[in-house]
Design a protein around this ligand. Structure first.
Ligand SMILES: Nc1ncnc2c1ncn2[C@@H]1O[C@H](COP(=O)(O)OP(=O)(O)OP(=O)(O)O)[C@@H](O)[C@H]1O
Length: 247
């Protein structure tokens, strides 16, 4: 376990990550209920894998949890006082039009890390993600796999208490997927709460501590991963695990 950024972020990474509760949360658009109402608490060790068919509401759930959207009903509560330090990694990385290292320095700057410390932290993170040779390459000309590693490195330098990942590997080849999964487990071992969506059952089996399964905008079950994969309790979950085409 590393304390890479300990001097700059007040909370020790050795503490358990903050718990996240959805209390009667729903998201409506015009006349439609797109998600919920749903209630659950993520307070186990995780990682939590959010699964379900297209349009189930997985991305909405992550965006609400991360604060990119506000619920139209209900409350989202963190166990810690205030909002925890958090980051989100998307299927298509959102990177600034500048070099790889400058993307990381910028993230450190907006999080109030002193200027003198930024360069080393940024270079260390690039090294951790195998990107040292690309430090001065414009981020947007990196390959898809490199861009996703850079997005993870940008999260890494901030030592987040919570990391949301929305289908981070769906556009990647097997080697790049392996690198992302290793990073996810590294974050997890550092004490970061992981909440991640995927369509890939094999990936979910490799990573999940618990599964939050959605269909039709409803949370159908929240169970330990072993239970979900061997004996899902909901009819929708059973159909999903056995490979039926679920809507
Ligand atoms: N900001 C928004 N405003 C209105 N409708 C939205 C918004 N975000 C998502 N939706 C709709 O909500 C539904 C759920 O979308 P969401 O992206 O959460 O599904 P998903 O489970 O992540 O699907 P996929 O697996 O295809 O990515 C979809 O019908 C989508 O069009």
């Amino acid at each position: 376990m590393t304390s890479l950024n300990a001097p700059f972020f007040s909370r020790s990474v050795l503490l358990p990550p903050p718990a996240l509760s959805f209390q009667g949360v729903a998201f409506h658009h015009e006349e439609n209920t797109l998600l919920g109402p749903c209630s659950f608490t993520l307070d186990g060790p995780g990682p939590t894998l959010v699964m379900g068919p297209n349009g189930a509401g997985k991305s909405l759930l992550l965006r609400l949890a991360h604060g990119l959207l506000s619920p139209t009903q209900g409350r989202i509560i963190w166990s810690d006082e205030g909002i925890p330090r958090q980051a989100m990694v998307f299927q298509q990385p959102v990177l600034l039009r500048r070099s790889a290292v400058a993307n990381l320095r910028h993230a450190l700057a907006v999080n109030n890390v002193p200027r003198r410390a930024r360069a080393k932290l940024a270079l260390d993170a690039l090294e951790r993600f195998g990107l040292s040779a690309c430090a001065h390459t414009p981020a947007r000309v990196l390959s898809g796999g490199q861009q996703q590693r850079l997005a993870l490195a940008r999260a890494w330098v901030l030592s987040p208490q919570v990391l949301f990942l929305d289908e981070p590997t769906s556009a990647l080849d097997p080697a790049a997927i392996k690198a992302v999964e290793a990073a996810v487990l590294d974050f997890h071992q550092r004490g970061t709460r992981i909440v991640m969506t995927t369509h890939d059952l094999h990936q979910a089996r490799r990573l999940a501590g618990d599964v939050l399964f959605l269909s039709g905008g409803k949370v159908r079950e929240h169970t330990a991963a072993d239970t979900f994969f061997s004996n899902p309790v909901s009819r929708e979950g059973q159909a999903f695990v056995t490979g039926e085409l679920v809507e």
